[in-house]
Design a protein around this ligand. Structure first.
Ligand code: PEP
Ligand code: MN
Length: 650
C-alpha cells in the first residue's frame, strides 16, 4: 500500500499518519520520489483505504498487490526522466549510448568516442572491469581504463557509463563515472545494489539473463530504496532454448515494463543477439516497441577487439543505424536526442549565456493553447521542462521572438498531406531579423474530440484549423452534413468546446473538434474517433526561429549543435526568359540537392513571385558558400532564412 503525502503536510499530520499505520500493524518506509513524499506500508494490518485517504495530509492512497512500490507506476503515474549531465533519458526522446565492450587502450576509446559522437551517440559506454565467463579471458584495464574513458568522455562531451562489479570498487569509481552500470550477472547482487544505490548516482540496471520482469523490478526497487532517484532499466536478452542468437531479446518486456514502472527502459541489442548483422534490425524493433534508447557496442576495428568483437558494429554501421532511428523517430512520436558539443567554434553554436543575456529566461513561443501540435513540437525540440509562451497567432510568435519575450519560437511551415502554411512563409519577409535555426517533423494523428456522450450521429458542427480539415478530407466527406467552423488552431477549437460546457440535459453534444490527443487530454474531453487523417503518413514540418545577431541567428544550446545540413533561401528573379533556370543551374552544377521549391506572390507587385528554396548543404567545405554567392549575384532580394540541422526522415 502506498500513501502519497500532500506537499504542504505539517510535521504533526505526518506523525499522526505514522502512528495510525503503526497501530494497525504496518511496517512503514518513507521515501522522496521525484518531488513527492510517499509512505510505503507493508504487513498484515487491515485498514479501510477510503478512511486512510481522508486523513489530513494524505493526497492519494493506492493499494498495491505488487511487491515493489518505488518503481511502480501506481506510485508515480508520470514517466521518470533520468538526467546524466546534459543527457536526458525517457519521455519524448530516444537517447543512444555507444562504445566498445571494453576499454582496451587510450587510443581505442578515444577513437571510438570520436566516431560514435560524430554519428549522434550522446553517452559513451565501455567496460573497465569485465565480468567474463572464463577466468582466462581479458578482464579489463580496471581503474586505468576508467581514467582513459573519463578523458574520452570529456574530450567529446559525452557522459560515461561503466559497469561496477563490487561494492568496494563502487566507492573508488564514483568520481570517475557519470553513471554506474549493474551488469546482467550482478542484477541480484543485493549488497552491490544497496551500495551503488546509496551513492546516489544514476544507474543503468541490466536485466539478468534468467530474471523475470518482477525480479528485475525488485532489483530496481533496491536501488531506489537505497537512495538513488535515477535508474534506467536495460533489457539485454534472456536465456531461452534458442541458441542461434547469444540470448533472446524479450521485446515484449518493453511495453510491459513501461506499464508497470515509471522508469525509462532502454535496450542493448548487442548482448541480446551477439551477431553483428542482427544488431541493427533488433535495435530498430526495440525503438518501434517503445524503448527510450539503446546501448550499442561499437568498435573501430571489431576484428581486433579483445571482447565481443563479433557483436560490435563498425562505426559506419552505427552511423547508418542512427540515421534509420532518426527517420523512424517521428513515427513513434519521439525525437532522437542530440546534445551540444563541448566546444563552440562550429559556427552557429553559442553558449547558454547568450540566451540568459537576452533576458527571456529561455521561454519558447508557440501559437495556440496547451495541447496544440506546436506545443508538442516545442516539447520534442526543447524538452518537457522548457518554459513555454503560448500566444494567439503565428505573427505573435514572431513578435515574441523579436521583442525578446521568447528566445525562440516554433511555427509550422508545411504538412505532408495539405501542403505549405503560407502565412508563415510570408511572415519571414515581414520579419527580416528572424532566422531559422532548426526544424523537426511531427507525426500528426488527428482525433475527433467532443464532450462525453457524443456520437458520430449527434455531431452537427466540427471545429478546427483549415489544415485540420484539409488533412481529414476523406473522413469529412463521409459526413457531408457537418458544418465546418474555422479556428486559429486545433487546440483552440477544443478549448472552445470545453468552455461551452456539457450539452443541455436530455440532448447529446452536437459540436466536435479535430485536434490531437494531447488537446483532448488537456481539456478533459472525449475522443470519439482517433486516426481520422486521410493517410497515416501525415507529418507537419515545424521550424524553430530565433532573432538574428548580425547575419546569423544563434542556435538555442538545448537544440544541440550538429553541423547544418540544410538551408532555406528566398529570392526573386528578373522577369526574363531563363532567369529561374539560371539559378537552378548554379545549384545543380554544384551538385546541391533542392528539397523544396515554392513560389509566393509578392505583395503589392501583381504577377511577380518570390521563390522559397530549401537545399541540402553538401559536406565539402566551401561548395555551399560559393553557390550562395553565385545565386546572390543572379537574383534579387536574396536572403538565407537560415542554415540549420534537419533530422532525417518524416
Ligand atoms: C556489457 O554491457 O558490457 C555487458 C557485459 O552486458 P551484460 O551485463 O548485459 O552481459
Ligand atoms: Mn560486451
Amino acid at each position: 500500500m502506498i500513501l502519497v503525502l500532500s506537499k504542504s503536510i505539517s510535521p504533526h499530520d505526518r506523525e499522526m499518519i505514522r502512528i495510525y499505520l503503526h497501530d494497525r500493524g504496518f511496517a512503514i518506509r518513507e521515501q522522496q520520489l521525484g518531488n513527492e513524499v510517499i509512505i510505503g506500508a507493508t504487513g498484515k494490518g487491515v485498514v479501510d483505504l477510503r478512511e486512510l485517504g481522508l486523513l489530513p495530509g494524505v493526497e492519494r492512497v493506492a493499494a498495491t498487490a505488487k511487491p515493489y512500490e518505488l518503481v511502480s507506476r501506481e506510485t508515480k503515474p508520470e514517466d521518470t526522466i533520468v538526467t546524466v549531465g546534459p543527457v536526458k533519458i525517457g519521455g519524448a526522446r530516444i537517447s543512444v549510448i555507444a562504445g566498445p565492450c571494453a576499454v582496451e587502450s587510450k587510443a581505442q576509446i578515444m577513437e571510438t568516442a570520436a566516431r560514435v559522437r560524430e554519428s549522434g551517440a550522446v553517452m559513451l559506454r565501455g567496460g573497465a572491469y569485465k565480468p567474463r565467463t572464463s577466468p582466462y579471458a581479458f578482464q579489463g584495464l580496471g581503474m586505468e581504463g576508467l581514467e582513459y574513458m573519463k578523458a574520452a568522455g570529456e574530450t567529446y562531451g559525452m557522459p560515461i557509463v561503466t559497469e561496477v562489479v563490487s561494492p568496494e570498487l563502487a566507492v573508488h569509481m564514483k568520481d570517475l563515472t557519470d553513471m554506474f552500470q549493474i551488469g546482467a550477472r550482478n542484477m541480484q547482487n543485493f549488497e552491490l545494489l544497496k551500495k551503488v544505490g546509496a551513492l546516489g548516482k544514476p544507474v543503468l540496471l541490466k536485466r539478468g539473463p534468467s530474471a523475470t520482469i518482477e525480479e528485475w523490478l525488485l532489483s530496481a526497487e533496491y536501488l531506489l530504496a537505497s537512495g538513488t532517484r535515477d535508474v534506467v532499466l536495460c533489457e539485454r536478452g534472456i536465456r531461452t532454448f534458442e541458441t542461434y542468437t547469444r540470448n533472446t531479446l524479450d521485446i515484449s518486456a518493453i511495453p510491459v515494463v513501461k506499464s508497470l514502472a515509471h522508469l525509462p527502459v532502454i535496450v542493448d541489442p548487442s548482448h541480446a543477439v551477439g551477431i553483428r548483422a542482427k544488431v541493427s534490425p533488433v535495435a530498430l524493433a526495440a525503438i518501434a516497441a517503445g524503448a527510450d534508447g539503446l546501448t550499442v557496442e561499437v568498435h573501430p576495428h571489431p576484428d581486433e577487439a579483445l571482447s565481443d568483437g563479433p557483436q560490435s558494429l563498425y562505426p559506419e554501421q552505427f552511423e547508418r543505424l542512427l540515421r534509420d532511428i532518426e527517420a523512424m523517430a517521428p513515427v513513434v512520436g519521439k525525437e532522437l536526442l542530440r546534445i551540444p558539443r563541448p566546444q563552440t567554434g562550429l559556427g552557429e553554436a553559442v553558449q547558454p549565456s547568450v540566451f540568459v543575456q537576452q533576458g527571456a529566461a529561455g521561454k519558447v513561443a508557440f501559437s495556440g493553447e496547451s495541447g496544440a501540435y506546436a506545443e508538442q513540437a516545442l516539447i520534442r525540440a526543447f524538452g518537457e521542462e522548457a518554459s513555454r509562451l503560448s500566444v494567439s497567432s503565428f505573427s505573435a510568435v514572431f513578435d515574441a521572438v523579436l521583442d525578446g519575450s521568447a528566445v525562440a519560437g516554433v511555427v509550422p511551415v508545411e504538412n505532408s498531406l495539405a501542403g505549405s502554411i503560407h502565412e508563415n512563409y510570408d511572415l519571414f519577409l515581414r520579419y527580416p531579423d528572424i532566422g531559422i535555426v532548426g526544424e523537426l517533423k511531427l507525426r500528426i494523428v488527428h482525433c475527433l474530440i467532443a464532450q462525453a456522450g457524443a456520437t458520430l450521429e449527434s455531431i452537427r458542427t466540427v471545429r478546427s484549423h483549415p489544415q485540420g480539415f484539409a488533412q481529414c478530407r476523406e473522413f469529412l466527406l463521409q459526413h457531408p452534413s457537418w458544418q465546418m467552423e474555422t479556428y486559429a488552431n486545433t487546440a483552440t477549437a477544443v478549448a472552445s468546446i470545453a468552455r461551452e460546457g456539457v450539452a443541455p440535459q436530455g440532448t447529446l453534444p452536437r459540436v466536435a473538434a479535430i485536434a490531437g490527443e494531447a488537446a483532448a487530454k488537456e481539456f478533459g474531453l472525449h475522443i470519439l474517433k482517433s486516426g481520422i487523417e486521410t493517410n497515416p503518413l501525415n507529418y507537419t514540418r515545424f521550424v524553430i526561429i530565433a532573432r538574428k545577431i548580425g547575419d546569423t541567428a544563434p542556435v538555442p544550446p538545448s537544440l544541440g549543435s550538429d553541423k547544418p545540413n540544410k538551408a532555406s533561401l528566398v529570392f526573386s528573379v528578373s522577369d526574363t526568359p531563363g532567369a529561374l533556370f539560371t539559378c537552378l543551374q548554379i545549384v545543380s552544377e554544384k551538385d546541391i540537392n533542392i528539397s523544396k521549391l515554392e513560389s509566393r506572390p509578392i505583395q503589392g507587385k501583381p504577377w511577380r513571385y518570390l521563390f522559397y528554396v530549401d537545399v541540402n548543404i553538401p559536406k565539402t567545405p566551401g561548395v555551399f558558400e560559393a553557390a550562395m554567392e553565385a545565386l546572390r549575384s543572379q537574383t534579387k532580394d536574396f536572403r538565407v532564412l537560415g542554415s540549420y540541422h534537419a533530422p532525417q526522415g518524416g
